[in-house]
Design a protein around this ligand. Structure first.
Ligand code: NAD
Ligand code: UFG
Length: 331
């Protein structure tokens, strides 16, 4: 199939490009490189030995998007492009609402106009808000505590309404849990700018000596050891989930949690990183981070049953591959 991957130069997008190319798809990337580098796409081509067609465009710009749709006969769109820093979204709500929602609308409109039958959307476990774990797709979404989360819930709603009006259209809303790790080659991975907000890249930079120690945000949560519990998923498992969803999606809206179904605490992740890579990670316990919840993990029954998809990589693989990328990465 001819697949448009928006945000394809980014972290999850680039790994999904690898999985798509390896599955035999033709990949067209649209990315404005606001949070990524074109070099990443060269590395994807190096890993796969296949070409990518690249447009450096902003997907909130309808004219640029339509030019692309007119040129390529697309079979599907995977929409990763977006701003994703939770804290930044509180300071810059308009940038987040504009970028994340307008991009979804512009792409949905182009799909309608050019009869592109499949649309896969990057949603997030954050839409479950303070529901009780494990999170199940049928749960009523609860308000999130930040504009970023709201952009995901609103985009889901917009796409659902468009399908209600056009029931022949196929939309998959994929709710990611915590993607970590990197491609096994170490050539592509997660390279946040500035000091990482997320746990795994922070640990990897402590391992490298770039940061002196990890700060663990709270050890008084009602969890196994008091630290926050998350459902970490290897980014290549997540990438492969997209290829499967694309192949199996049918008319209407389908919603899938993409996670492992297993919760891991911050301390357990640190211990696994030390065991996988033989590098000590100094840490201190500090106050809770505002907005964090105690536990977040998926019920993955639906993806297993309907997509016949489940993860194959474990926490040790995630820690090994995160370090495999970070140790060779040059800013
Ligand atoms: P990323 O920042 O690495 O990738 C996003 C890409 O989109 C970047 O290459 C950026 O340059 C591009 N982009 C942003 N706005 C654009 C625009 N208007 N036009 C064209 N390109 C644009 O982020 P990621 O971690 O790969 O996340 C991909 C998607 O998955 C995002 O929608 C994110 O919200 C969602 N998601 C991520 C996580 C996570 O923990 N990484 C969790 C849940 C959901
Ligand atoms: N943590 C620390 N120290 C750090 C960073 C994180 O202790 O320096 C802890 C957090 O308190 C949390 C856990 O590690 O308990 C995971 O935190 P992350 O920041 O890595 O991930 P979050 O679960 O907070 O958020 C991520 C994405 C969001 C997405 C959400 C979905 O950043 O975009 O997963 O579950 F919405």
């Amino acid at each position: 199939m001819n697949i448009l991957v928006t945000g394809g130069a980014g972290y999850i997008g680039s790994h999904t490009c690898v999985a798509l190319l390896e599955a035999g798809h033709t990949v067209i990337v649209a990315d404005n490189l606001i949070n990524s580098k074109a070099e990443t796409l060269e590395r994807v081509m190096q890993i796969t030995g296949k070409d990518i067609i690249f447009y450096q465009i902003d997907v909130t710009q309808a004219a640029a998007v339509e030019t692309l749709f007119a040129k390529h006969s697309l079979d599907g769109v995977i929409h990763f492009a977006g701003l994703k820093a939770v804290g930044e979204s509180v300071d810059k709500p308009l940038a987040y609402y504009y970028n994340n929602i307008v991009s979804t609308m512009v792409l949905a409109q182009a799909c309608q106009k050019y009869n592109v039958p499949r649309f896969v959307f990057s949603s997030s476990a954050t839409v479950y808000g303070e529901n009780k774990v494990p999170f199940v797709e049928t749960m009523k979404l609860l308000p999130t505590t930040n504009p970023y989360g709201e952009t995901k819930a609103i985009s889901e709603r917009i796409l659902t309404d468009v399908v209600n009006a056009n029931p022949q259209w196929s939309v998959a809303l994929l709710r990611y849990f915590n993607p970590v790790g990197a491609h096994e080659s170490g050539l592509i991975g997660e390279a946040p700018t500035g000091i990482p907000n997320n746990l795994m890249p922070y640990i990897a930079q402590v391992a490298k000596g770039k940061l002196d120690k990890l700060r663990i945000f709270g050890n008084d949560y009602p969890t196994v050891d008091g630290t926050g519990v998350r459902d970490y998923i290897h980014v290549m498992d997540l990438a492969e989930g997209h290829v499967v969803a694309l192949a199996r999606m049918s008319a209407g809206v389908s919603i899938y949690n993409l996670g492992t179904g297993q919760g891991t605490s911050v301390l357990e992740l640190v211990e696994s990183f030390v065991a996988a890579n033989g590098i000590e990670i100094p840490y201190e316990i500090v106050a809770r981070r505002p907005g964090d919840i105690a536990k977040c993990y998926a019920d993955v029954t639906k993806a297993k049953k309907e997509l016949n998809w489940s993860t194959t990589r474990n926490i040790m693989d995630m820690c090994r591959d995160a370090w495999g990328f970070e140790k060779n990465y040059k800013d």
